[in-house]
Design a protein around this ligand. Structure first.
Ligand code: MG
Length: 375
């Protein structure tokens, strides 16, 4: 059933610590299960996707976003005859390296690290989680994931220049990742572009008339739905139009990627890896509509004045705690203090903060900083 250019589990480059095969799960299925059973995966439930102070239990968290990405990814992988276990695994792990408070937490952490001439990168952090921080097995450190999953964690969203990341040399940085990993960045964007329109509208931060005016792919389907269901209420028309928009993006990604694969002449994973560009892509027309929706969300939701206070507060909490632990490293848990024997204090504090949930970092801030501020 797999296409010739799909990753075959029998050809996997394997695990760091060899393990005997499992009687009825292949290695990618085992990796998927290891991720679902990881603590870092469970913490996604309490990490911000867009709305930090959860205005409603209906809105996405990073966990439900991750499940949506996995669902969309499996559908596309099956249609393209790719390895859907590998795709599902990569989707489930794709956001595991995100700090609390979504992108504001990520920016604050990166800012704080720059003051110490280091950086924070959520893909690199995800790799540290699965390689080192998850301690579950007697026989090996980390989750001992297959090469293809670790490679996908690093390479799914962009390329890392080999000269800048010598520590990642084993991940074949001069080659493209397999199609299974290439899909994830696009399915992530399909999921959040549609979900954030949904949650933003539900939160009354986005207005239907603004979406219709500025997001042409939505408007196209909204008009279609109005013709078919002229009497139903706006919210149902909205839902129906959004569902059709999602379906359009998925279908376009499948058909355009299939065409690009065919025109490229790739026959094997090796060919995909050595092809000069990534083959998973939307058609130019749909890509333009995707970009338009994304820009609309940046303008009207992510950068909106209504979300500014929650973002400022998230950033301040990350900065406050980072500086507090730089000044008082003895206040860190013992295991993190031990980590400072081999790594810089800034990196250790960054790892600690990045792993926190929104709730936990709020508690820490209240306990360590809040009292001092209240005086
Ligand atoms: Mg994501």
């Amino acid at each position: 059933m797999l296409a010739s250019y799909a990753v075959r589990v029998e050809s996997s480059l394997g695990r760091r610590y060899p393990e005997p095969p499992h009687p009825y799960r292949d290695d990618f299925q085992r990796d998927r299960d290891r991720i679902i059973h990881a603590r870092a995966f469970r913490r996604l439930e309490n990490k911000t996707q867009v709305f930090t102070r959860r205005l409603s239990d209906h809105f996405r968290t990073r966990l439900t976003h991750t499940i949506e990405v996995a669902q969309i990814s499996r559908t596309i992988a099956a249609a393209l005859h790719l390895n859907d276990s590998l795709v599902e695994t990569l989707a489930l792990v794709h956001d595991i390296g995100h700090p609390p408070f979504g992108h504001s937490g990520e920016n604050a952490l990166d800012q704080a690290m720059r003051e110490h001439h280091e950086r924070f990168d959520h893909n690199l952090h995800a790799l540290r989680i699965v390689e080192h921080f998850e301690q579950r097995y007697a026989s090996h450190p980390g989750l001992n994931l297959t090469f293809e999953v670790r490679e996908g964690i690093i390479k799914h969203s962009h390329d890392y220049a080999p000269a800048d990341y010598p520590e990642l040399a084993e991940y074949l940085l001069d080659q493209r990742p397999p199609l299974e990993a290439q899909l994830i960045d696009h399915t992530d964007e399909i999921a959040y572009n549609t979900a954030d329109l949904d949650d933003g509208y539900e939160a009354k931060l986005l207005k239907l008339e603004d979406i219709r005016r500025d997001v042409s792919i939505f408007e196209r389907y909204y008009l279609e739905v109005e013709r078919e269901f002229p009497t139903v209420r706006d919210k149902l028309k909205f839902n129906e139009a959004l569902k059709r928009m999602l379906n359009h993006l998925v279908t376009d990604l499948i058909t355009n990627t299939a065409q690009r694969i065919q025109h490229s002449g790739v026959q094997s994973v090796e060919d995909v890896r050595r092809y000069p560009e990534r083959l998973a892509a939307f058609s130019p027309a749909t890509d333009q509509q995707r970009a338009e929706a994304k820009q609309f969300l940046y303008r009207n939701l992510y950068h909106s004045a209504s979300l500014r206070p929650q973002k400022d507060r998230g950033e301040k909490i990350v900065f406050d705690l980072f500086r507090y632990w730089i000044d008082f490293p003895a206040a860190l848990p013992a295991s993190y203090q031990r980590q400072m024997e081999t790594e810089s204090p800034a990196r250790v504090i960054c790892d600690y903060i990045a792993g926190m949930t929104d709730n936990y970092i709020l508690d820490q801030h209240k306990k360590l900083i809040g009292k001092a501020m209240a005086k």
